[in-house]
Write a protein that binds this ligand. Structure first.
Ligand SMILES: Nc1nc2c(c(=O)[nH]1)N[C@H]1C(S)=C(S)[C@@H](COP(=O)(O)O)O[C@H]1N2
Ligand SMILES: [Mo]
Length: 246
């Protein structure tokens, strides 16, 4: 992950990363040690290590540390599409019937139209989306800061998680500290466009530049504030680390 970063943050906590690398390195050592045992044993051990890494990252994460921002001249054009399907299969969502459902540990369940979300005070930021598959791209997103939105819906910010559901069946969740991070937003515009292009998550996506690309769900339909841990699509399928902090 680290080699993907073009301009590393001036990094007062290299020690933290070293520690995490050690923890990850443990997985490789363990895999070798497990040679000859069945796949389920290895998978269970790896899940255990990933959970350990989640806990370590959760403890060491600096909630207010900012991801790098870029000037307009560094926008990656054209931007890169990624999903668990090809671009030809991108869902086409009807704005008139679309709603964002918000439930769980909030004042009361609510449903939001795109128009209502666009009326909230927006944040615009140029940041780098980094995909675990080995590429990154700089884009400009505009949206409502998630911390502001969570305040608006009366979310219990002592809850552990914010979980996301998508129109294409994708899902993931994040820790509350990351949900409250000042750069985390519910984005409804990309590179200055009136709305998100279909392929980049119309009508609403999470943009969280302090985490890997797969923690940035597109085509959102639901948000749940919860104390119950639920994982994510790639986390469940490929064992990707749930916290996935940068
Ligand atoms: N709904 C949904 N969101 C998703 C995905 C997906 O398949 N479906 N893929 C994720 C992954 S792995 C990445 S890298 C980014 C890619 O976002 P982009 O198409 O804007 O580059 O979206 C993330 N969000
Ligand atoms: Mo990704």
């Amino acid at each position: 992950m680290k080699e993907l970063r073009k301009e590393p943050r001036k990094d007062p906590d290299a020690g933290r990363r070293g520690f995490l690398r050690l923890a990850v390195g443990g997985a490789a050592a363990l895999l070798q040690g497990c040679a000859g045992t069945d796949n389920e044993t290895v998978a269970a051990a790896l899940r255990g290590i990933s959970r350990f890494n989640d806990a370590a990252q959760g403890l060491l994460f600096r909630p207010q540390a900012l991801a790098p921002v870029y000037p307009r001249g560094e926008l990656t054009l054209p931007f890169r599409f990624n999903a668990f399907y090809s671009e030809a299969s991108v869902p086409e969502i009807d704005e008139a019937s679309w709603r964002l459902t918000v439930d769980g540990l909030v004042r009361s369940r609510s449903e939001w139209t795109l128009k209502q979300l666009k009326a909230l005070p927006p944040l615009t930021e140029i940041t780098r989306l980094i995909c675990i598959e080995g590429w990154s791209a700089v884009g400009q997103w505009t949206g409502v800061p998630l911390h502001y939105f969570l305040g608006l819906v009366g979310a219990d910010t002592r809850a552990k998680y914010v979980a996301f559901r998508c129109a294409d069946g994708y899902y993931t969740s994040i820790d509350m500290a990351s949900a409250l991070h000042p750069q985390t937003m519910l984005a409804f515009s990309f590179n200055g466009s009136a709305s998100l292009p279909d392929e980049f998550g119309f009508p609403l996506r999470l943009r969280i530049p302090t985490k890997l690309g797969f923690k940035n769900p597109k085509h959102l339909t639901g948000i749940t504030v919860t104390d119950s841990f639920t994982s994510g699509y790639w986390e469940d399928l490929h064992g990707y680390n749930w916290f996935a902090g940068l």
